[in-house]
Design a protein around this ligand. Structure first.
Ligand SMILES: Cc1cc2nc3c(=O)[nH]c(=O)nc-3n(C[C@H](O)[C@H](O)[C@H](O)COP(=O)(O)OP(=O)(O)OC[C@H]3O[C@@H](n4cnc5c(N)ncnc54)[C@H](O)[C@@H]3O)c2cc1C
Length: 435
């Protein structure tokens, strides 16, 4: 776990002071420093970092307050992680309403980035299920925010990148389940058109959909990969059993380990793991939602130079459009992405003023840091996203320009008055300083 003041991509290096928040009544430090809440550092870039400032670490802000097994409303401190919640509530027949691709994130982090999951087309984002939060500001004030009390503060804090204050406690609405199993279908995709056809056909029938794309494929094979769709099993079964094992990457790998040739090999193996065009399986929820959590510290595979993630959303324009162009440019660049994930977002309006998810298609890519050649490719991808009227995800970003951020964030001026004057982040200063 990297609850230690670093970010998941290992970029950039920063110097900051850690200030542990020991429980929900703990005061904030004096206002002679700029401060930022910190969860488990699962954001990839600098939105969870505060160079030359103070990080309010929340690993000790992890107490349960109450859980109502009849309504599924959980009340706890904001440093509790999604993994801890699942351990408590799955045996009682409840599940997270929305979950990102790792369970090692805190409630505070999930709210501050208004995270999305494979069910966005049905459920929208995490923030939609937040019933109430307590917000602690640098002047010592504590405000209860819900849809009926201080609703504007709730809207600014959902997706608010930790800048409106420290969330100390959260009331979250969970969803019921009768089994910890998922009914999963994996379907070989021959290209981008098939992705859109499958996503459209699956939206009404499957709660969870997502696709892995082989981004080294070009020409007629552009967009080939595997489409995953799933529902919670409706066959009642034990909610307790868990045989999922994980292992850990012990140290940073050499920088050359993930290169186009090794990634090509991985992609071929991964694509060919499906012996038939369509594979049906009943599996535990953990390997379905959190395949990467099985390899603890997998980010170390990228070596000391770290890696960048590029996640965008572009409006759906009726055909493959901008997504095709993004994949073509990546193919031409010869730079390989180890993880390339496509997902159709639903039409839910943004839950928070700065929420990233909006109607359209999202593409997420990881690239080893190869210096200027990686940054040049990213600038090209940014231009495609901008021309398509899309946006980049701040939780995954370590280098978007100030101009781009402003264009991707239509409600920025409405949001800024809610920023706590003593709160700031490396991301915040970078994107709000004109380039
Ligand atoms: C393998 C992997 C898969 C992922 N998959 C997805 C995905 O599918 N969908 C998705 O949306 N994201 C995804 N993410 C990103 C991740 O969900 C977000 O970055 C999340 O916000 C990280 O939470 P954290 O607790 O680690 O917070 P941090 O990364 O430490 O902080 C994130 C933000 O939350 C703020 N914050 C933290 N705690 C508080 C608090 N108590 N009060 C106020 N603000 C606070 C911080 O200031 C910062 O701005 C993934 C990340 C990884 C590593």
């Amino acid at each position: 776990m990297n609850g230690d003041g670093t970010s998941w991509g290992g970029l950039p290096a920063v110097s900051q002071t850690l200030y542990p928040v020991r429980n929900r009544t703990h005061p904030l430090p004096p206002v002679d420093t700029h401060m930022l809440p910190y969860g488990l550092g699962r954001s990839y870039g600098d939105s969870c970092l505060n160079h030359m400032g103070t990080l309010l670490t929340t690993d000790q802000l992890d107490r349960w307050i109450s859980f109502d097994p009849a309504s599924g409303v959980l009340h706890c401190e904001a440093g509790v992680s999604l993994a801890q919640i699942l351990e408590l509530v799955v045996p009682k027949g409840w599940f997270l309403p929305v979950t990102p691709g790792t369970r090692h994130v805190t409630l505070g982090g999930a709210i501050a980035n208004d995270v999305h999951g494979k069910n966005h087309h049905r459920a929208g984002t995490f923030g939609r299920y937040v019933r109430e939060i307590e917000l602690l500001r640098s002047d010592g004030s504590r405000t209860q925010c819900s849809r009926t009390r201080n609703a504007r503060w709730l809207r600014a804090t959902i997706g608010g990148l930790g800048l409106t204050g420290l969330i100390t406690t959260v009331k979250l609405q969970l969803r019921p389940i009768v089994s910890r199993n998922m009914e999963v279908e994996e379907i070989k995709m021959t290209g981008l058109k098939q992705f859109f056809d499958l996503a459209d056909a699956s939206d009404p029938t499957h709660e969870y959909t997502v696709a892995w794309v082989d981004c080294l494929a070009t020409g007629a094979q552009l967009g080939r990969g595997i489409f995953f769709r799933a529902n919670h099993s409706e066959t009642p079964s034990s909610l307790n059993s868990d045989r999922t094992r994980s292992f850990s990457v012990p140290m940073r790998a050499p920088n050359w380990l993930l290169n186009p040739i090794s990634i090509q090999g991985f992609n071929a193996l991964y694509r060919n793991k499906l012996r038939t065009d369509c594979h049906l399986a009943t599996q535990d929820y953990r390997p379905f939602f959190y395949p990467l959590d099985r390899v603890e510290n997998w980010n170390r595979l990228y070596g000391k130079r770290g890696f960048y993630q590029h996640q965008c959303v572009v409006p759906r324009d009726g055909h493959e459009g901008a997504i095709q162009e993004l994949l073509e440019r990546i193919g031409r660049s010869g730079q390989a992405s180890f993880l390339a994930v496509l997902k159709l977002f639903g039409d839910h309006p943004p839950e928070g003023l700065l929420s990233f998810p909006r109607p359209g298609v999202t593409l997420a890519l990881d690239f080893p840091n190869r210096g200027e050649s990686t940054l040049k490719l990213f600038r090209e991808l940014d231009d495609v996203v901008m021309q398509a009227g899309g946006a980049l995800y701040p939780a995954k970003d370590a280098r978007m320009s100030s101009d781009h951020f402003r264009q991707f964030t239509p409600a920025l001026d409405t949001f800024l008055p809610y920023v706590d004057p003593a709160f700031s982040s490396s991301f915040h200063r970078r994107v709000l300083t004109p380039s």
